[in-house]
Design a protein around this ligand. Structure first.
Ligand code: ADP
Ligand code: ADP
Length: 228
């Protein structure tokens, strides 16, 4: 059974009398432990698709099955519980709080979830170690390079022990050499821990770190390519 199964997913937005079809008839299955990248021009529906997979948005039609659960009909509370339990998010602009150090940023979602202090510290230290930032635990974002800030964001995702990491242009704000170190890190987390990764990127070199590239055009899957 795939971890993620989208069947005939559509998502439209209404803008006054105009209806925009952001996604049309998307069928996509992603297995546990897969590393899939999504490419496509601006406006092709990449973010909308990632938001639906991440339970941040709901489809207008179709079925979304995550780990055997039909999620598109669940309540908002249940969706947020699923996000907490399954999914770590990584963004282009890191989304770190400037006043908190690496540890403070990485433990924030665990505080919201009510995880106790000792367990939080344990998980966050482990996560910061996994991304190679053990010596930066008490640095604030302004004291870290872009690549280090993105690694803090990845540690924040890892500390939640997610089954799935969703990354939206995670290397978009980084130079290409630093971008490659982030992609090596994703590859390692995927290979060694079996974390499923779905990543949106504009950059073909970054996309090729995945096992499979899904290409969107005008809200539809135009092509899928296995990376050899
Ligand atoms: P439209 O703009 O096309 O009217 P909406 O974004 O208002 O569409 O909503 C489409 C469907 O998705 C509605 O059933 C709405 O309740 C649901 N929905 C949209 N965003 C969320 C969200 N963040 N959390 C829960 N449900 C949402
Ligand atoms: P991408 O991430 O590939 O750039 P998006 O998923 O952001 O594409 O957008 C797909 C389409 O849906 C675009 O035409 C975009 O303008 C439209 N769209 C996205 N979000 C909204 C929204 N909240 N309201 C109206 N239209 C939207």
């Amino acid at each position: 059974m795939p971890l993620i199964e989208l069947r005939g997913i559509t998502r439209w937005y209404r803008n006054g009398r105009v209806v925009i079809n952001a996604l049309s008839d998307i069928d996509l299955a992603v297995g546990k432990g897969e590393f899939v990248t999504i490419m496509g021009p601006s406006g092709s529906g990449k973010s909308t698709l990632l938001n639906i997979i991440g339970c941040l948005d709901r489809p207008s039609g179709g079925e979304y099955i995550l780990d055997g659960m039909r999620v598109e009909r669940l309540s908002d509370d249940k969706l947020s519980e699923i996000r907490n339990r399954y999914i770590g998010f990584v963004f282009q602009s890191f989304h770190l709080l400037p006043g908190l150090d690496a540890m403070g940023n990485a433990e924030l979602p665990l505080i919201y979830r009510g995880v106790g202090a000792a367990e939080r510290r344990r998980r966050v230290r482990q996560a910061l170690e996994a991304v190679g930032l053990s010596d930066r635990i008490h640095h604030k974002p302004s004291e870290l390079s872009g690549g280090e800030q993105q690694r803090v964001a990845i540690a924040r995702a890892l500390a939640q022990e997610p089954l799935l990491i969703l990354a939206d242009e995670p290397t978009g704000a980084l130079d290409s050499k630093t971008g490659r170190t982030i992609m090596e890190l994703f590859r390692k987390l995927n290979a060694e821990r079996g974390i499923t990764i779905i990543m949106v990127t504009h950059d073909r070199d970054m996309a090729r770190y995945g096992h499979r590239i899904v290409k969107l055009l005008d809200g539809r899957i135009k092509e899928e390519e296995l990376v050899g």
